[in-house]
Design a binder for this molecule. Sequence first.
Ligand SMILES: CC(C)(COP(=O)(O)OP(=O)(O)OC[C@H]1O[C@@H](n2cnc3c(N)ncnc32)[C@H](O)[C@@H]1OP(=O)(O)O)[C@@H](O)C(=O)NCCC(=O)NCCS
Length: 195
Amino acid sequence: MEHIIRQYTLEPGALEAQYIEEYFTEFRKKKTAEEIIARLKDREHLILLSMAEDDDGVLIPVAYKIGHELKLQETSIKLSELVSELRDIVEFRNRKIFYSWIGGTRQKWRGQGRYRALTEQQEEWAHAHGFHELVVKTKNKFYPMRATLDHLNFDVIKFQRHLRDNRESKVYLSKKIAAEVLGKHQTTRSVVQAA
Ligand SMILES: CC(C)(COP(=O)(O)OP(=O)(O)OC[C@H]1O[C@@H](n2cnc3c(N)ncnc32)[C@H](O)[C@@H]1OP(=O)(O)O)[C@@H](O)C(=O)NCCC(=O)NCCS
């Protein structure tokens, strides 16, 4: 199967992400386009959507993945907190770190390799843009995501225990991006630039 992936510019991509998140029951707090734009606008970022035909043969987005550059000196509270969790385990100096922020596949289209395709495309783009490492954060309770990240060869780099509910504990993972990683990619993708 050839995966059709669209790479979006900021505003239309943020709107598509807001729209697709409505379909996810897993997310308690859904991201708004405004929030996504505020996070991404002053930093290198990548918005990817995987397209599939609906019942009428129209291409619609069914999976998405958004990430951005993460620097040692972040000014927003959320990102500076993230960096302080990572700085002892991830080398930021003289290296470009890419934070794989949000993503998922709509229920009906799971198990078709779409998230693998988006992840591989993100890795290819990150490598082409000089990034050295991808970092991702999930929670203990997100079992399908943990299983997926395992299949995609992400290494656990930190476990942050939630004091009252271990299922809410945070799991940090990373993957170093080298040419040999790209050589192990499994999916066939056609990537088009959207608006
Ligand atoms: C996790 C998720 C993104 C996987 O999407 P997907 O498009 O079905 O994943 P893919 O089909 O690309 O699968 C990628 C790999 O992960 C594995 N995988 C995917 N879901 C899995 C599951 N539930 N259990 C075990 N393995 C799984 C696949 O077998 C595949 O491995 P392979 O390529 O080596 O065969 C999707 O289930 C999802 O959106 N879940 C909700 C999002 C979520 O929980 N987010 C948590 C916040 S971090």
